[in-house]
Design a protein around this ligand. Structure first.
Ligand SMILES: [Zn+2]
Length: 426
């Protein structure tokens, strides 16, 4: 075999001078020889992190990788900001099909309680490993975990994120179709996809839903939508799913939080100044489930010159944030259970928006502020600049695919009409 089938990106923190020679380091050295030649393994064993070559290196490498492996030991979780950055980027990258997190000497509960920065890994495949001290134990544990990783890699491309399974099912429930109608629509618009669909455990109407979602408002999806009959009482849900399907879950994922929200403040930064687009991202992040979607549009400069404190007081003056107040454990004492999202535009500039965001999180760390910035404005700061402005709260979101966004704008009114007039259970 000349060229490897897949490329794997390994995020770890085992190259610095204060790193221990534990299971993570042993695994790091084993992965490349074990997985080649089917997989090409990208692992920074030279400490590139320290220099300024990191940024170009990671972007170039991530673009080529389909699989991410995160080696999370206590050093990586508590001391390395690189592993956080890399694993966030890995999870947000649409080209990365699968992320496997190896928890070394860390429990899933530790993630929630001690390392909430890594909370998003809970949606991914996880392998539990022990940290060891003697050479022999380290070797044995690393070999065991390596076996588990290789077992999973064979099926890595066949895994669907839970959020996508839920959304696929939800869309299929909105169809009002007999089996032969499902088959005929699927064959007409998705003949190619049918041939290569693999053997996932889905029913025919779920396959149709999946093909429609995967097409991201392309021509086949639009054609199929016109031929599907939707249940009247589920039409709203169908519209919500369809209008968000141009975004991949992995692209919207940095927006989502758990219920109740974790205590670490979050500011996903979205490269758009269009709140309609931002709302679709929020919907996609929650699999379009109505109960989780709660957004408020907010322009901090709308009332002229105000201090961040005044702006924030205004934001929380509505019913929604009446009780919000930071408690001693960095949670919000009065926050409603479901995540609350503020879609914040930044016409007054990113720096002043960052001040307001800090003030919001002072008041309520649970509010997820989605900062909408124009790509041009963002270009002035780039990733490192945003990191500096927003600190640990910063969650990068991939640049929006302009072509897909155009399909959303061009077709949203049409899709609404088609679904609502589809002649379902009238
Ligand atoms: Zn709150």
């Amino acid at each position: 075999m000349d060229k490897p089938f897949w490329e794997v990106f390994v995020s770890h923190s085992t190259s610095g001078k204060d790193c221990v020679n534990g299971v993570a380091r042993n695994l790091r050295d084993k992965l490349r020889p074990a997985l080649s030649p089917t997989y090409e393994v990208h692992v920074d064993a030279t400490g590139i992190h320290v220099g300024d070559k990191w940024e170009p290196w990671i972007h170039k490498t991530l673009d080529r990788s389909q699989i991410g492996i995160v080696l999370l030991d206590t050093h990586a979780a508590s001391k390395s900001k690189w592993v956080k950055r890399e694993s966030t980027l890995l999870s947000a990258r649409p080209s990365v099909e699968s992320v496997i997190a190896v928890l070394i000497g860390i429990t899933r509960r530790d993630i929630t309680e001690k390392y909430p920065d890594f909370d998003f890994l809970k949606d991914r495949q996880m392998i539990d490993a022990a940290e060891c001290t003697t050479e022999a134990d380290i070797e044995r544990e690393a070999d065991r975990v390596l076996g588990l990783i290789t077992d999973r890699l064979r099926q890595a491309t066949d895994g669907m994120p839970t959020a996508d399974v839920t959304m696929t099912r939800a869309l299929s429930y909105t169809f009002d179709l007999y089996d032969d109608e499902v088959d005929s629509i699927t064959e007409r618009f998705f003949a190619e996809q049918l041939k290569t669909r693999g053997d996932r455990p889905l029913f025919p109407n779920q396959w149709l839903a999946k093909f429609i979602i995967d097409d991201q408002l392309g021509e086949s999806a639009l054609g199929a939508i016109e031929d599907v009959t939707f249940k009247l009482d589920r039409a709203d849900h169908a519209v919500r799913i369809l209008l968000s399907s141009w975004i991949l879950w992995s692209e919207a994922m940095p927006i989502s939080t758990e219920r109740p929200p974790p205590p670490d403040p979050r500011t996903p930064v979205l490269l758009t100044d269009d709140p309609h687009v931002a709302e679709r991202y929020v919907a996609r992040a929650y699999g379009c489930a109505r109960s989780q979607i709660n957004t408020e549009r907010f322009d901090p400069s709308a009332n002229g010159e105000q201090t961040p404190a005044q702006v924030v007081a205004e934001l929380f003056s509505g019913v929604r944030g009446k009780g919000c107040a930071r408690a001693h454990d960095n949670t919000c004492a009065k926050h409603a259970l479901r995540p609350q999202h503020v879609l914040m535009s930044a016409p007054g500039g990113i720096e002043s928006a960052a001040q307001v965001i800090k003030a919001i999180h002072e008041r309520c760390p649970s509010t997820v502020v989605i900062l909408m910035v124009k790509p041009d404005d963002y270009a002035k700061f780039d990733d490192a600049g945003m990191d500096e402005l927003l600190g640990a709260a910063y969650r990068p979101i991939e640049r929006i695919d302009a072509e897909r966004e155009r399909r959303f704008h061009d077709n949203q009114a049409h899709i609404r009409d088609v679904v609502k007039n589809s002649g379902g259970s009238w």
